[in-house]
Design a protein around this ligand. Structure first.
Ligand SMILES: [Zn+2]
Length: 245
């Protein structure tokens, strides 16, 4: 079988048959790839502990008839901090889930890979909640749905008090235009500014964002609902996070 190398992050894992595992990799150069790791669930598998969820790795993959087959693994970064903490795990699960939902098979997006890697690193050793919010904003931008939050999507004027966020129109509506979408939800000026910061900033600069708990919850809620609207899906991970906190 022809083989190829890939730098990748494990975003999904399910059992397959008696001893195998179906592993979804998000690769730097080829986007999302479904692979099979044969014998991975056997106690003495050479993959034991090395194909964990969120692991950043280098793999040698063999091109299979339907699924590519994992041949060799070299762990680059296990992101072990995530698995040591339930809250980190919840936020990282959200990061992995939206990567899976927002991407099609084998569509390369190196910028998305870089954002995913940064987000998981931060989820492992930094502020995991902020990492998840930042990554949600990055996924929206990189899939062409970056929310417009620095001005009204109708009239283009700045927004402040009385503004709302419209899922259907993809951004903020000023007080005068809020009637354009009856479904739009109230959005504070702080939350809109924070969303603007999250979409524009690099992961390394995230610590500059100081948000009170209520504004964090507001931003997280807006980003989650907007992602669900754009991806036309209900996300599983946010409800898990809410049960844990
Ligand atoms: Zn307006």
């Amino acid at each position: 079988m022809p083989v190829y190398k890939a730098e990748a992050i494990v975003i999904r894992r399910v059992s397959l048959g008696e001893a195998d595992r179906l592993v979804t990799l998000y690769t730097r150069d080829r986007g999302k790839i479904a692979t099979v790791a044969k014998g991975a669930r056997k106690p003495r598998s050479r993959f034991a502990g090395r194909l964990e969820l969120f692991t950043h790795l280098r793999a040698l993959l063999a091109i299979g008839r339907t699924l590519d087959v994992v041949s060799q693994i070299e762990v680059v970064e296990p992101h072990a901090g995530i698995r040591a903490d339930l809250q980190r795990m919840g936020h990282a699960a959200f990061i992995a889930e939206i990567t899976d939902r927002a991407t099609a098979d084998r569509e390369a997006a190196p910028e998305l890979f870089a954002a995913l890697r940064s987000a998981l690193r931060m989820a492992s050793v930094g502020d995991a909640e902020l990492a998840a919010m930042w990554y949600a904003a990055q996924v929206l931008v990189l899939t062409g749905h970056g929310p417009i939050v620095d001005r009204c999507v109708i009239c283009g004027r700045g927004v402040s008090r009385g503004a709302v966020f419209s899922l259907a129109l993809g951004g903020a509506l000023c007080q005068a235009d809020r009637g354009r979408d009856a479904q739009a939800s109230p959005a504070s000026a702080v939350a809109l500014a924070a969303m603007g910061f999250l979409r524009e900033t690099q992961a390394a600069a995230l610590s500059k964002l100081a948000l009170e708990r209520r504004h964090r919850d507001e931003v997280a809620g807006l980003l989650q609902r907007y992602l669900e609207y754009r991806l036309e899906t209900r996300l599983k991970s946010p409800s898990i996070i809410q049960k844990m906190v």
